[in-house]
Design a binder for this molecule. Sequence first.
Ligand SMILES: Cc1cc2nc3c(=O)[nH]c(=O)nc-3n(C[C@H](O)[C@H](O)[C@H](O)COP(=O)(O)OP(=O)(O)OC[C@H]3O[C@@H](n4cnc5c(N)ncnc54)[C@H](O)[C@@H]3O)c2cc1C
Length: 503
Amino acid sequence: MFEGLNLLVSENAADRIAYARDLWPRHHLAVRQGRKLGEPRAVVWPRSTEEVAQLMRWAGERGVPLVPFGAGSGVCAAVSPTSDAIVVDMKRMARWRRLDTAAPSLDVESGHMGVPLEERLNREGLTLGHFPSSILCSTVGGWVAARSAGQASAYYGKIEDMVTALECVTGKGDVVTLHHRTTGPSLVPLIVGSEGTLAIVTSATLRLHPLPSTRAFAAWSFPTTEVGWEAMREMFQSGLRPAIARLYDPFDAMLAKQGSVKKRGVIPHAPGRGSTVLRTLLRKPRALNALLESRPFAAMVGGAMLVVIFEGPSSATDASAASEIALAMRGRDEGEGPARRWLEHRYSVSYRQSPAVASGLFVDTMEVAAPWSRLGALYENVLRAVGPHVFIMAHFSHGYADGCCIYFSFAGSANDGGPWDEACERTYDRTWKSALDAVVAAGGTIAHHHGVGRSKAPRMDKELGSDGVRAVHALKRAFDPKGILNPGVLVPPVSPFPYPERW
Ligand SMILES: Cc1cc2nc3c(=O)[nH]c(=O)nc-3n(C[C@H](O)[C@H](O)[C@H](O)COP(=O)(O)OP(=O)(O)OC[C@H]3O[C@@H](n4cnc5c(N)ncnc54)[C@H](O)[C@@H]3O)c2cc1C
């Protein structure tokens, strides 16, 4: 089948299974049920832009779909190949092409993983300033394609603010280098967030910063989450730009105060008595949520908590300006401890999905955003819509002068009759449907940084309008006339969608 293609290729069953999915939790539920996910026909590992171009031309001539793959850490089914597709793993393209210390910027190949990139930059006295919680298991190309945000996006920006140029191979097999332009249209923003549907990114030139010389840490408790986000809004609108600003609702704050949600988390490591108790509790999420949202509970655990870290020469002054705002808004000073602990555990994110799923539960997250004026409606709408189905908590991160992202975490289990696994899937689908409906009704956006994939593509007409969807299809025709690049992702019509009947 691969004659004429001089590439590292595998049709091995283990490789095909390993590359059949990303980390969309819905896939875990399907696997728990024993369902097979769509395996690609093969996996390839190109080593150069020329090899990517050669592959693209070969696939175009034969109409073979290609699914670009970074590290598969996406959580929206943006990597979900059909049986005729070839997955293109970019991780063998991980060279530094040019470090410009005067700019400063770095042209780096797209398969470079996050942690080694940041560590090497730090040795040069530099930082990219991009710290997604998944930095251990994601690539530059994945960040660009999924429009990623790091934990310090308020200060350094999202990935789209860092990219100054992209080398890409379009669906026609053409190698193009796109630059941010100061006149006329700039094509870089078309590729950022295109989720592998327009081109394969082979390298990105990224803005860099000197490593921060100083940091200032602070944290305050607030009687309610709402007072907390008002303080956060005031800080951003007064011109402050904390690198980190995270507001935890009372339950999330209680876990954060203990050190880290992840170290002492609520999700069991393995099936056992703990998981049986949790499963039983999660059959009645409404009562659990009502208890945890109540004022007496908030008072008992010390309320919501805002953690901030400022970086750079003005960090101490900025922290005291933030403190003035917080204290004027009934904030209680919690000292530096919570922010310092947060930094220490910044990447201890919960990779405990598999044990949770094996325990008969599911966990997932939803990161949505709205202007400050609609943030309250967004928060309330989602809690009301989702509360009957799952246990839910939230933190507010990625603040800006005009709005903020709310990051909901939820845990659920089967809460109606029938076989356990199927009932669990029904709860999961009901949860997401209600949550996304609630976001749209509140005037929020359905994703802030996790991307769209297949899981949210059916909703994109609500975000873009029908003309917007048509415009994306027109772009697709221009960049990828044969339609071979990651078909089915990003915008409707969505075909194939793995779980169409209930979504
Ligand atoms: C525990 C956890 C925490 C997370 N935290 C964050 C976070 O803090 N911030 C955040 O933004 N995201 C986060 N994510 C989501 C995920 O890590 C990001 O979406 C990340 O950008 C995906 O990178 P990846 O290399 O794994 O890409 P993949 O998952 O492999 O691919 C993602 C998309 O990009 C496309 N793609 C990949 N490489 C290329 C390329 N070279 N050219 C063209 N298209 C390409 C794929 O086709 C797919 O559409 C988290 C995920 C997990 C599991």
